[in-house]
Design a protein around this ligand. Structure first.
Ligand code: CA
Ligand code: CA
Length: 459
């Protein structure tokens, strides 16, 4: 929780280009270096919302001032959030808008989640679902209030604290999956090929292990190497204070996680090269994370996830600074046990079985639909045949009764007949309209009796 004030400050500083003048005794001057600070991504799923809220709050001079002078306690006890009541109407309107956008984004996320879990038929109200998202007040979905700011800060703090642990867990799963796939691949080969592959893999592993010694992160040797190779300065003139200023790239007076991690690139390049098959860049990022955690653990005494100049200078006086323990790279530290791998593989098998079951039931459904389609097609043909037969019978009847013949395409032709002398006085019913009418009646009758019969048989 404590680090949030510095962290909010850090977020609040906009992207800027700056130059670093380096004070050196030597005659040669280091050219002014332009460094563009990259916006850091907190990795939270509401990162954008968080960033935009801070940006908008920053536009209010009163709140900006409060934000910069707020201490940990002010944030913890919600005093900072209360300042929201004093920001301008325009800023509040913008915040309301941001919240509505965020709520709408969450609704879409929820819908996608429901769709994917096939539970959309369940009637769930949005308010209860939104409770799953703790970074805003779901009961009021239209306006941004002090409670929203408080929830945003406390949730971001909590989530970021768990973030590293989650990254380690994710990495562990990645490594187990990699090993699982390797074993499955070897199983698929015949003995001769398998032995050859195993040998090749072992050689690659050995090749990966061959690298220059990695300096302990945060030790004098490590920092001096950065000073010399990255900063291009004389190692004899190494000065911790200058070093700190040089690597506080956004000039906010503290080294944050990103600024620290940037210091380890030189060390990581000794072990990992993206061009090599044996070097896994996912492992490099895990190593970088471990290095940052190691330094924070030793240097960040107030645990605000930021290294102040004071904390940094104190750390350089410690014994470990000049005489650090040797840094053990990832390849020497197993990230999972054989037992954990077995459990992971069992889980994979369960998931695969479940997928197979689902595929099987989908296949059965498909078969059923195909059968039904066939039956419908047969019924359609039967019906067509019945209509044809009816029309044929009608024509035959007409021929017998001496009714006008059908046209070349079977259409009825209008041929008024002259009355025979013996028919005089009788009402003749040979008009085509009447004929057409009776045929239509028969067809309609047939049509309805057919479908009512089908309806009964299918029910
Ligand atoms: Ca900084
Ligand atoms: Ca600190």
């Amino acid at each position: 929780m404590k680090w949030i004030s510095g962290w909010l400050l850090l977020l609040s500083i906009s992207v800027e280009v700056w130059s670093v003048p380096i004070d050196r005794n030597a005659a040669q001057q280091v050219p002014k270096e332009e460094v563009q600070e990259e916006n850091m991504d907190t990795g939270l799923y509401y990162d954008r919302y968080l960033r935009e809220v801070i940006e908008v709050l920053e536009t209010d001079p009163h709140f900006r001032e409060k934000l910069q002078t707020a201490n940990t306690e002010d944030i913890k006890n919600g005093r900072l959030s209360k300042e929201l009541d004093l920001v301008s109407h325009h800023v509040r309107t913008r915040l309301d808008e941001l919240k509505r956008q965020e709520v709408s984004r969450l609704r879409m996320l929820l819908k996608a989640k429901l769709d994917s879990t096939n539970t959309q038929s369940l009637q769930m109200d949005h308010a209860s679902l939104l409770k799953q998202f703790e970074h805003l007040d779901p009961h009021n979905q239209n306006t941004f209030e002090a409670k929203d700011l408080e929830l945003l800060i406390s949730t971001a703090t909590k989530d970021l604290e768990n973030y590293d642990a989650e990254r380690h867990e994710e990495f562990k799963r990645y490594e187990m999956l990699k090993e699982h796939e390797r074993r499955e691949y070897l199983k698929s080969l015949d003995q001769e090929k398998r032995e050859k592959e195993e040998k090749r893999m072992q050689e690659l592993k050995e090749k990966h292990r061959q690298h220059p010694k990695v300096n302990a992160p945060g030790s004098v040797d490590q920092l001096r190497e950065v000073w010399e190779e990255t900063d291009g300065l004389d190692p004899q003139e190494f000065n911790p204070k200058t070093f700190f200023k040089l690597h506080d790239t956004n000039e906010d007076g503290v080294l944050d996680e990103q600024e620290l991690e940037a210091l380890f690139t030189k060390e990581l390049e000794k072990v990992y090269d993206p061009k090599n098959e044996e070097d896994d860049m996912m492992e490099m990022e895990e190593e970088r994370l471990r290095m940052r955690e190691h330094v924070m653990k030793n240097v960040d005494t107030n645990k605000d996830r930021l290294v102040s100049l004071e904390e940094f200078l104190k750390s350089t006086e410690k014994k470990e600074f000049s005489n650090p323990k040797e840094w053990e790279t990832l390849e020497n530290k197993p990230v999972y046990t054989e037992e954990e791998l077995q459990r992971f593989e069992a889980e994979l098998r369960d998931k695969e079985e479940e997928l197979k079951r689902r595929a099987e039931s989908l296949h059965q459904e498909q078969e059923l639909l195909r059968e039904r389609g066939k039956a419908l097609e047969a019924q359609r043909r039967e019906y067509q045949q019945a209509v044809l037969e009816m029309s044929q019978r009608q024509k035959e009847q007409q021929a017998v009764d001496g009714q006008p013949p059908a046209g070349p395409n079977g259409e009825l032709q209008f041929q008024p007949q002259t009355q025979k002398p013996e028919d005089k006085g009788k009402l003749t019913v040979t008009y085509p309209a009447l004929l057409l009418h009776s045929l239509a009646c028969v067809l309609i009758h047939l049509f309805f009796s057919y479908f009512s019969h089908r309806g009964k048989s299918s029910s």
